[in-house]
Write a protein that binds this ligand. Structure first.
Ligand code: GLY
Length: 335
C-alpha cells in the first residue's frame, strides 16, 4: 500500500488538492449515510488507492459510460501506478521474483470474468473483462490467460520495478519461506488488493477486484481476488461485496458471496460484512494473525465495511464527496 504521506504528495503534485480525502471514522459515516435518502450513484473501494480509482470510475459514469466500464476503468488507476506495490505494475513479486496477477469483474447481468496467475500484463482487469465479454468461460489462468491477452492485442511489459526487485531481494535475505508470514506486527502491509463496487443511478451494480496478491507467495499461488464469490460477488437484485487481506481465509469461507447472501436475507451491508468477518473468526483458529477486510453495497446504495484487525480503510464516493474512511474492526486498536 502506498503510505498516506506519499499518497498526499502524489495527489498534490497532480494539482488535485481537492481530492485529498478527509479521514473520518466509520461511526460518523454510518450516521451520515442513514440521514441521506439519495444514496446512488455510489462507488466504494478498498484502501487509500480507492480515492483516485473512485474518481476515475465516477468520471466514466458522468460521461455516460456503463457501470462495467466504470469499475474496470476505476481500477486501471492503481493497476498502472508503479508506486503501488500491491496491484498491477510494480506489484510485490512471488518468492521467485515474478509478478503474477489475479483479477475479476462482474456486471449487473450476472456475467463474470477472471484471470489468475497472469504475468506481464499491466491491466489484468481488462483481460478478465474480455474473458467475460468474449468467451464462454469465466476464468483463464497462467500461460493460457497470457496467450489470450496477447492474441487480443494486449502488450507484454516487465512488471517488476526496481523498487519491487529491491524489496524481493531483501525478503530473500531475511528468512526461510513461510507461506503464512506473521502479520501480527504489520497486518496491512503485505498486500492491499483493490476491490471496487459501484451502483449507478438506475440501481445497476458492478464490481472489479485486482491484485498482485500476497508478496513473496509460493510460485503459482492464487488468492481470493479472481475467485468469483470469494474476492468479489455481485447480484444485481441485492448488492455486491469484495474482499482484501489474506485470500486463503476469504476462500475458505467464500466471503463475498456470503456477504451478499446475508444482505439477500435482510441484513444491511454493515451487518452483513460484520457477520462474514465473524464467520472467519469462528472458522479459522489462527485468524488473529492475519488481516481480512470486506466492503459491501446494496441496491439502495447503503454501504458497509469491516475487518478483523484495525488499520483497514476504504474510499467512499457518494453524495458529491469522495472520502477515505477508517473501517471498524473486530479487534480494536492495540493501545
Ligand atoms: N486478497 C488478495 C490475495 O490474498 O491475494
Amino acid at each position: 500500500m502506498i503510505n498516506r504521506r506519499k499518497f498526499i504528495e502524489k495527489v498534490a503534485a497532480a494539482g488535485a488538492l481537492s481530492l485529498i480525502p478527509n479521514i473520518i471514522s466509520a461511526r460518523n459515516v454510518t450516521a451520515l449515510q442513514q440521514s441521506e435518502t439519495n444514496n446512488i450513484p455510489v462507488i466504494i473501494s478498498t484502501w487509500n488507492h480507492g480515492i483516485e480509482a473512485n474518481e476515475a470510475a465516477l468520471n466514466v459514469l458522468k460521461q455516460g459510460g456503463s457501470i462495467v466500464d466504470a469499475v474496470e476503468q476505476g481500477v486501471w488507476v492503481p493497476e498502472s501506478d508503479p508506486e503501488n506495490m500491491s496491484v498491477g505494475l510494480g506489484g510485490f513479486p512471488d518468492r521467485d521474483g515474478h509478478v503474477t496477477l489475479d483479477a475479476s469483474i462482474m456486471g449487473p447481468d450476472g456475467n463474470a470474468g477472471s484471470v489468475c496467475f497472469l504475468e506481464h500484463i499491466v491491466h489484468p482487469i481488462s483481460v478478465a473483462r474480455l474473458v467475460m465479454d468474449s468467451t464462454p468461460h469465466v476464468m483463464l489462468s497462467g500461460e493460457g490467460a497470457l496467450q489470450f491477452a496477447l492474441v487480443n492485442g494486449f502488450e507484454m511489459q516487465n512488471l517488476l520495478t526496481p523498487e519491487a526487485k529491491k524489496w524481493w531481494k531483501e525478503e530473500l535475505n531475511k528468512s526461510k519461506y513461510n507461506p503464512k508470514p506473521n502479520w501480527e506486527n504489520e497486518p496491512n502491509e503485505h498486500h492491499d488488493t483493490i476491490g471496487l463496487l459501484a451502483v449507478d443511478s438506475n440501481g445497476d451494480i458492478a464490481g472489479a477486484c485486482t491484485t498482485s496478491g500476497l508478496g513473496f507467495k509460493m510460485r503459482g499461488r492464487v488468492g481470493d481476488s479472481p475467485i468469483i464469490g470469494a474476492g468479489l460477488f455481485v447480484d444485481n437484485d441485492v448488492g455486491a461485496a469484495t474482499a482484501t487481506g489474506l485470500g486463503e481465509m476469504v476462500m475458505k469461507t467464500l466471503g463475498s458471496f456470503l456477504v451478499v447472501e446475508f444482505m439477500r436475507n435482510g441484513k444491511t451491508p454493515q451487518q452483513a460484512v460484520e457477520e462474514a468477518i465473524k464467520r472467519i473468526i469462528n472458522k479459522v483458529p489462527d485468524h488473529k494473525k492475519y488481516q481480512v477486510g470486506f466492503i459491501a453495497v446494496n441496491k439502495q446504495g447503503q454501504t458497509g465495511a469491516f475487518s478483523i484487525l484495525p488499520g483497514f480503510n476504504y474510499a467512499l464516493c457518494q453524495n458529491g464527496q469522495n472520502i477515505l474512511i477508517d473501517s471498524n474492526s473486530y479487534y480494536p486498536q492495540q493501545r
